[in-house]
Design a protein around this ligand. Structure first.
Ligand code: CA2
Length: 147
């Protein structure tokens, strides 16, 4: 089973500012954590962080027929990007959306997720552990689909 993990803009700044919202873990530690969980779960994982919407769209398109599932934290593009929504719909790869913070307890503009409309589940408010939960949800879903 192979997953693509996508992280959106500014997540490379994790651990540097706003630890009270996003936690103290740096981005490189987050990647290490994701790789560790993937190893335990026997999932092959490719991880990409980008500050550019088009790069994320290209990565979703490039995943077509290459991966079994996508885990995505679209960061600020969550609340703006119909392009990411359309890309997920185009490739039809099961996706789980992750947010470190509880977006529903924050500003109203964070309550809408466009890419989330094409996801099988959204995990939020669990910090970095949300990525582990997302991977397990996606794995269970795919096993149920006979993958
Ligand atoms: O809670 C999440 O994971 C978010 O996707 C994070 C995004 C935010 O725009 C979403 O509403 C919720 C922001 C990521 C920016 O990360 C930073 C990390 C450190 C310092 C500043 C920003």
């Amino acid at each position: 089973m192979k997953f693509l993990v996508l992280n959106g803009p500014n997540l490379n700044m994790l651990g540097i500012r706003e630890p009270e919202i996003y936690g103290a873990m740096t981005y490189s530690k987050l990647e290490e954590y994701i790789r560790g969980v993937a190893r335990q779960e026997e999932i092959q994982v490719e991880i990409l962080q980008s500050n550019h919407e088009g790069v994320l769209v290209d990565a979703i398109q490039g995943a077509y027929q290459q991966v079994d599932g996508i885990i995505m934290n679209p960061a600020a593009y969550t609340h703006t990007s119909v392009a990411l929504l359309d890309a997920l719909k185009a490739v039809q790869i099961p996706c789980v959306e992750v947010h470190l913070s509880n977006i529903y307890e924050r500003e109203e503009f964070r309550h809408i997720s466009y890419p989330g409309m094409a996801c099988i589940a959204t995990v939020y408010g669990m910090g970095h552990e949300g990525y582990a939960k997302a991977m397990r949800i996606l794995k269970e879903y795919l096993l149920g689909e006979g993958k």
